[in-house]
Design a protein around this ligand. Sequence first.
Ligand SMILES: O=C(O)CCC(=O)C(=O)O
Length: 306
Amino acid sequence: MRTSIQGIHMYIPWRLSPARHLDPRFCAIANPLSSDPLSSIQASCFSADEEAAARAYYELHGWVHIRSFLSATEVDELQAAADALERTASSLEMSASVDGVYCEVQSASGRKGEAAVYPGALRKLTRPSSSSQAFASLRSHTRLLALLTSVCGLTAPRCVTDQLSCKPAKVGTGFPWHQDAGFLVGDARRSLLRHGGANVALALDPSNGSNGGFEVLGGTHALGSVKDLKGRYDTGGADDDEALFDQSQRTCPKLLPSDALIFHPLLAHGSAANRSGRRRRLATLWFVGSAFPEDEAEAQRSRGSR
Ligand SMILES: O=C(O)CCC(=O)C(=O)O
């Protein structure tokens, strides 16, 4: 499998942990077609140097684009699973849970709590892993976890959220600029603050400027948490509140099915409405770091011996 990496700037406010859980299959090959080796690296796996470069790039810009990360089989399975989930919700007129998956309908305005623009129009599914093996397997995807450790510096990554962002053709509304970190609560939030985190968007359809593609504001992760944006989460589009975040490194990466975009939990991102006739589905997963299991065992032993 060929994979490539494209990235931006960033600084991780959390301590970078030594990459103890590296997958030795990762090593990278510079893309001979690219004039900017940092913005487009073809890779089937990472060498130590290339891993360090990808990590530095992620730290500086706050995101990294990995091409062809999923296999064709994985993409087929995820697309079929997404289709099946959408079929089970095809008569929904209001948001509801179906088989353990919370199905948020797509309203005309994009606001929560309003009726679907047509029965079964979906904006977002929360926890598709509850009823789909294909989505469940992403939570413990070995190569993904290894990447989160080697590139993002997470120790023993743990998935705390999985979603399918549907963005249906013609009616899919935008997401205002926001930072995902503000939406984590409880134990997940404590782990994020203590051990750091990293989020992933996996494209199931092409995602680009023509169909409400996922957009990032490079470098904004370094500013820390801007403010609580929860109240405005489900309105408007990517042009809202331009002044809140620095727009100078605004990018809409052209994602193809199988591509992964890894981004910092504090990176401001959003998307515009989908005015095209093509749906745009992304699986998104949020991870937080954990204590090393051996450190935790040691801590428990020393607590027990006191
Ligand atoms: O689907 C999108 O375009 C953005 C989704 C998103 O940012 C989110 O759910 O937090």
